[in-house]
Design a protein around this ligand. Structure first.
Ligand SMILES: Nc1ncnc2[nH]cnc12
Ligand SMILES: [Zn+2]
Length: 335
């Protein structure tokens, strides 16, 4: 019996590679790198993965990243994710990484980038997966710090597909990064921003009007503003929605309250992704499976979510056409 939600071909567009650090790997890397962590066992790490809001998660997420030190560590982290994603039907992945989380700890930018790209090459060879990397600016730091990161990234910029904006949203509106996003766009980079996860609909407006993003990450709170929903639908703006993250960070009470089907009904190009799967209880297939069950999605709606993930990806027309054809073949074989 096919596991429909794992088997359906899909693109993962909202995945923080540091958010795939499983407790087992955190403990193993802490030992390998002789880094002290405030946990005595895998069970203790897992018990700490209980969150009340975005900041309570970010505090653990940044502490966990302390164990990532060498090119091998970044390779091993990303390679484990690509293996896991392939098992979940991911044929195309666009992954975020947070360079400042590492460079501020004295880890050279090149160490991170070399490790990640070694894993990308492995994923393409081993799984035939197409992969792109998006460099994210941390919004709790200032714009000058983002500009310094863009400068550090210079030797690698032609190999990144885009830039993103993540970390603590409320109090750090998109407009704070207007200049570095303009500079990033001038370098030919695609633009994404977390907006409307915890921040108000106004942050989504700013991401569109000031940052001129190509994609909105999360975007859930657009649903509070019918005019904004209509604007996003008209623009076919992709929203990279993360259901299990929304529950884990208390942005929805339960999956039964999740707006994913209301988003589709409103004509939004909504997609489903795993955000930080090691922390939120499931990878992309589990996000599909559990929200489809909780919201009683039809197979046609699940196919639409998968199709939207390809339409919203930063792909060449030829590669997009190939993935859409693969999806259509799958959908016909699994009515
Ligand atoms: N869901 C999220 N929101 C903002 N910043 C993040 N960094 C990692 N995951 C994040
Ligand atoms: Zn995210």
């Amino acid at each position: 019996m096919t596991d429909f939600h794992a088997a359906i071909p899909k693109a993962e567009l909202h995945l923080h590679i540091e958010g795939t650090l499983e407790p087992e790997m955190m403990v193993a890397l802490a030992a390998r790198n002789r880094v002290a962590i405030p946990f005595a066992s895998v069970e203790e790490v897992r018990a700490a993965y209980r969150f009340t809001d975005l900041q309570s998660f970010l505090d653990i997420y940044y502490a966990g990243a302390e164990v990532l030190r060498t090119e091998e560590d970044f390779h091993d982290l990303a390679a484990a994710y690509f293996d896991r994603a392939a098992a979940d039907g991911v044929v195309h992945a666009e992954i975020f990484f947070d360079p400042q989380t590492h460079t501020h700890r004295g880890i050279p930018f090149d160490t991170v980038a070399r490790g990640l790209f070694a894993a990308v090459e492995g994923a393409q060879a081993k799984h035939g997966m197409t992969v792109e990397i998006i460099m994210s600016y941390l919004r709790h730091l200032d714009e000058d710090d983002a500009f310094a990161t863009l400068k550090l990234a210079e030797p690698w910029l032609d190999r990144f597909v885009g830039v993103g904006l993540d970390s603590s949203e409320v109090g750090n509106p998109p407009a704070k990064f207007a200049r570095v996003f303009a500079a990033s766009r001038e370098r030919g980079l695609k633009l994404c921003a977390h907006a409307g996860e915890e921040g108000p609909p106004a942050y989504i407006h700013e991401a569109l009007d000031v940052l001129k993003v190509d994609r909105i990450d999360h975007g859930n709170r657009a649903m509070e503003d019918p005019a904004l929903v209509a604007r996003l639908a008209r623009a076919a703006m992709t929203l990279t929605v993360c259901p299990l993250s929304n529950v884990a960070l208390r942005n929805v009470d339960t999956l039964a309250d999740h707006p994913i089907d209301r988003m589709l009904d409103a004509g939004l190009r909504a997609t489903i992704h795993s955000d930080d799967p090691a922390y939120f209880g499931g990878y992309i297939a589990e996000n599909f499976r559990s929200v489809a069950a909780a919201r009683n999605l039809s197979r046609a709606q699940v196919v639409t979510l998968a199709r939207n993930s390809f339409l919203g990806a930063f792909l060449t027309d030829a590669t997009l056409a190939g993935h859409l054809a693969t999806l259509d073949t799958f959908a016909r074989a699994h009515p």
